[in-house]
Design a protein around this ligand. Structure first.
Ligand code: ATR
Length: 287
């Protein structure tokens, strides 16, 4: 096949979200397909309110091989699938759909993508470590689950809505010692923390001057990780670095959640370096 040429054999993939115009998934996956010489394509679809069920039917009708699902559809999409992977079920969200001859199975690659990126980019080994999670939304659920499975010894989950923090703490309580707290209670446990993971959108472009919590107590020996990747260095990470903490940005989670999805669809190892190069170039071009 001539590289990049679509024809009547092209295997289709896509992402469903609202909004979706800024998604970097299409350029990342199309680069991966090109890199491996696959006759496949990946397109972004703006799926508005009330349209998700019809869009999922479209995967079957049009025989897409794979789809990613992003905000705000990761929870609702579970209703329309034939099967849900056990980890995605516990997390309560699906970001990847695999279509096997009309049978749709949902997976969650966000959490495993996060842990892989934390290990490979920050050299952080989760086993036996104590974690402070900031936020308890959809993204936090995948990350908390994956960190707990990886052997984190304790997890405090701080959230504005403490109920949600408590719910997430109970989801992971069989795997780690966990509790839900409010942000004001961080002061009581901060001496015990090895890793902080920021899981909210505070500090994301265009609100780059925002930071969720007081960072004056950050110190050497602490690792601070931010799921936000636009900007690549958030205010939280800048302040953490200034206090000698090790930092880890959110881009790697995005790359590796995509890499795992790519591997589910194609059965081939994802060309991670090429995927990262493409996304970094696009982020630099738009900043
Ligand atoms: P996502 O899928 O990106 O995690 P989400 O499920 O809507 O999105 O969760 C958003 C998270 O960011 C939640 O933890 C939310 O706190 P609440 O549960 O209290 O709403 C948090 N969040 C968003 N904006 C925030 C803000 N301005 N201050 C504090 N927390 C915020």
């Amino acid at each position: 096949m001539e590289q990049g040429r679509l024809d009547s054999q092209t295997v289709l993939h896509g992402v469903f979200g609202d909004p979706i115009k800024h998604s970097k998934s299409p350029i990342m996956h199309n680069r991966a397909f090109r890199e491996l010489g696959l006759n496949a394509a990946y397109v972004a679809f703006h799926v508005g309110p009330g349209k998700l069920k019809a869009a999922v039917e479209g995967i079957r009708a049009l025989q897409f091989r794979g789809v990613n699902v992003t905000i705000p559809h990761k929870v609702e999409v579970m209703e329309y699938l034939d099967e849900i992977d056990e980890h995605a079920r516990v997390i309560g969200a699906v970001n990847t759909i695999v279509n096997d001859n009309g049978h749709l199975k949902g997976y969650n690659t966000d959490g495993i993508g996060y842990v892989r990126s934390l290990q490979e980019e920050a050299g952080f080994r989760v086993s036996g470590k104590r974690v402070l999670m900031l936020g308890a939304g959809g993204a936090a659920r995948g990350v908390a689950y994956a960190l707990a499975r990886e052997g984190a010894s304790a997890m405090w989950i701080a959230n504005r809505t403490v109920d949600k923090a408590e719910q997430l703490a109970s989801t992971v309580s069989g795997m780690t010692s966990s509790s839900g707290i409010g942000y004001e209670q961080i002061a009581d446990i901060r001496g015990e923390v090895d890793l902080i993971v920021h899981n909210t959108s505070v500090g994301m472009h265009p609100n780059v001057d925002e930071v969720l919590i007081d960072t004056s107590w950050f110190h050497e020996g602490l690792t601070v990780s931010d799921l936000v990747y636009n900007p690549l260095e958030t205010r939280l990470l800048r302040e953490a670095k200034a206090r000698g903490a090790r930092t880890h940005g959110g881009l790697g989670m995005f790359i590796y959640q995509g890499a795992y999805a790519f591997e589910y669809w194609t059965g081939l190892p994802a060309p991670v370096a090429a995927m990262r190069e493409t996304v970094e170039a696009a982020l630099h071009a738009s900043s």
